[in-house]
Design a binder for this molecule. Structure first.
Ligand SMILES: Cc1cc2nc3c(=O)[nH]c(=O)nc-3n(C[C@H](O)[C@H](O)[C@H](O)COP(=O)(O)OP(=O)(O)OC[C@H]3O[C@@H](n4cnc5c(N)ncnc54)[C@H](O)[C@@H]3O)c2cc1C
Ligand code: FES
Length: 508
């Protein structure tokens, strides 16, 4: 559940072995440089290298070590927004393409796993979308009509979500969904990319990116990759200071894994229609047991620090609906970037010159969005027409998403009030081992962390992106920025963009 550093560990981190890669120690050139080795970057690298392009992938951690290691890995064309909402926001033709693109992505993952013989526990199964109570079935009926209009004609209305110990009332069954082990899948992609001539470097932090006729990518150890195109797949783009970060919002989401007797719950994907919603699936771990994986309880990043209460609510919710759930054997959390209009931004970086691409804002549906990014960006870089280009264009403006845009940006503006509030403790002596707190010091604030040995580590609490004040996340032992989701480890090292630099040290 927790590793040595106190951070939570997802089920995949304990089941998959991702191969180590070297650090980049020389200047090199490639057709395409991809920054970020999560599902989006690795899918893009795989598809481009299969087309004969030379690719270089850079990541400052391990392959899949970002949010891809923390996913629950539902492979689904059921998104966080309902299709009737997406139809209103994006129009019917675009909504049809959205549904089609996610179906294609599931098929693509299956085709790649088969072609490359990747043993990643891929299974096809049904998905069930159910209302939280018997009174809320209108949304289900409305959604059924929308999905049929948009081409998902095999979705059916059924009387009750199976396997749940409560009566859900009417629910929708989506056939041909899937699930897999994301890290085993990325390990297989890594082998295929390398076989196709691609190069992958890990523990290589990228500090500067510029597009143009020749794109430049500079690393913190002073190496440069030049390329004909650059794809920034860092989940939250580090090559775009502002535009994209006003169009999406970071949320932390929580997961528990409960042991259940093997086969006691039929394998399927389940989601309720709450906001935030619960997402559920099963993973077999041995002959006797499955793990029932349940997620939800999302909150805006850096704006709550009550993980234990959220895990407890998830456990109570789970045990009420699945009484066979036994010990909780996993607890973890991660961050999702929610786009204002419900789908990812994939395409040209609006704030850079030509040949510079981004993928971000997948709104918690990163497995299929990351695969869509691979398909779409490969076509764009190869100069091929793709109907999805306009749908996922990072520069798109959807009037129907204005309310969400205003809500999130007012929320961000309010975070700057943290500059004038007192610190959480008035003296660092009050900070106990393995915890952190914000301390006011004159006109500024300090992020103070006392490690397990009692040594105090002080950094500026000012986020290096656009200067909001970070907040302590006691579950993951990170400093989280409440504005656009940059995250830093307890020692101030950046672990999530959009920030590129770590928190500045404070002189003792
Ligand atoms: C708890 C949870 C449950 C989820 N469940 C689902 C689900 O069931 N289905 C689904 O489809 N999606 C789900 N998601 C969403 C999905 O996991 C993510 O959206 C997806 O993994 C994002 O992939 P990515 O490649 O964009 O980013 P990441 O996997 O985060 O990869 C980005 C990479 O960029 C690297 N990087 C960042 N900055 C730099 C830098 N400066 N230099 C070099 N490298 C850098 C990072 O190290 C990282 O490896 C879930 C997410 C969470 C947190
Ligand atoms: S992430 Fe933008 S100010 Fe911190």
């Amino acid at each position: 559940m927790q590793n040595d550093s106190g951070k939570t560990t997802s089920i995949w981190m304990t089941t998959a072995q991702v191969p180590d890669q070297p650090v980049l120690t020389e200047n090199i050139h490639a057709d395409v440089c991809i920054v970020g080795a999560g599902i989006a970057g690795m899918s893009t690298a795989y598809m481009l290298s299969r087309e004969g392009k030379s690719v270089v992938v850079l990541d400052d951690g391990a392959i899949g070590g970002g949010q891809t290691a923390r996913t629950t890995a539902h492979l689904s064309n059921v998104l966080s927004h309902r299709y009737y909402e997406l139809e209103q926001i994006h129009g019917q033709d675009n909504a049809k393409l959205i549904a089609q693109s996610h179906t294609t992505a599931i098929n693509t993952i299956e085709a790649i796993a088969t072609r490359e013989k990747i043993d990643c526990d891929l299974e096809r199964l049904h998905g069930y979308l159910f209302p939280p109570d018997l009174q809320s079935t209108d949304e289900i009926k409305r959604e059924l009509a929308a999905v049929h209009r948009l081409g998902l004609t095999d979705v059916e209305l059924i009387n009750k979500a199976p396997s749940l110990d409560i009566d859900t009332g009417l629910c929708l069954r989506f056939p041909h969904q899937g699930q897999f082990d994301p890290l085993k899948y990325l390990s297989g992609l890594a082998a295929a990319i390398q076989r196709q001539g691609g190069k992958i470097y890990t523990n290589t932090h990228v500090e500067k990116i510029s597009g143009g006729a020749t794109a430049h990518v500079e690393t913190s150890n002073g190496r440069v990759v030049t390329a004909n195109a650059v794809v920034v797949a860092t989940n939250s783009p580090i090559s775009n200071l502002a535009t994209m970060h006003f169009k999406q919002a970071p949320y932390i989401t929580y997961v528990i894994g409960a042991k259940v007797p093997r086969g006691s719950i039929p394998k399927a994907l389940y989601w309720d229609t709450l906001d935030p919603y619960h997402y559920i699936r099963l993973q077999s771990i041995d002959e006797q047991s499955d793990v029932l994986i349940v997620g939800g309880e999302d909150h805006k990043t850096g704006q709550a620090d009550d993980a234990d209460a959220r895990y407890a609510r998830l456990e109570a919710w789970t045990k009420e609906r699945f009484p066979m759930a036994q010990d909780i054997v996993y607890r973890w959390s991660g961050q999702v970037m929610n786009a204002d209009d419900g789908i990812a931004y994939i395409g040209k970086n609006p704030l850079d010159e030509e040949n510079s691409y981004i993928v971000t804002g997948d709104t918690g549906i990163g497995m299929t969005h990351g695969t869509i990014a691979g398909l779409l960006l490969t076509d764009m870089i190869l100069g091929r027409k793709n109907d999805w280009e306009k749908v996922y264009d990072p520069l798109r403006v959807r009037v129907g998403a204005t309310g969400e845009f205003l809500f999130e940006n007012v929320n961000v503006a309010l975070q700057y009030l943290d500059w004038v509030t007192p610190g959480e403790v008035d003296a660092v002596e009050k900070i106990t081992p393995s915890t952190g707190a914000i301390v006011r010091r004159g006109l500024t604030k300090v992020a103070a962390y006392r490690d397990e040995n009692g040594t105090l580590h002080e950094h500026s609490a000012v986020c290096t992106h656009l200067k909001c004040i970070v907040a302590w996340n006691s579950a993951e032992k990170t400093w989280d920025c409440p504005c656009h989701g940059s995250r830093f480890d307890a020692q101030g090292k950046v672990i999530n963009g959009p920030a590129i630099d770590g928190l500045a040290p404070v002189e003792q």
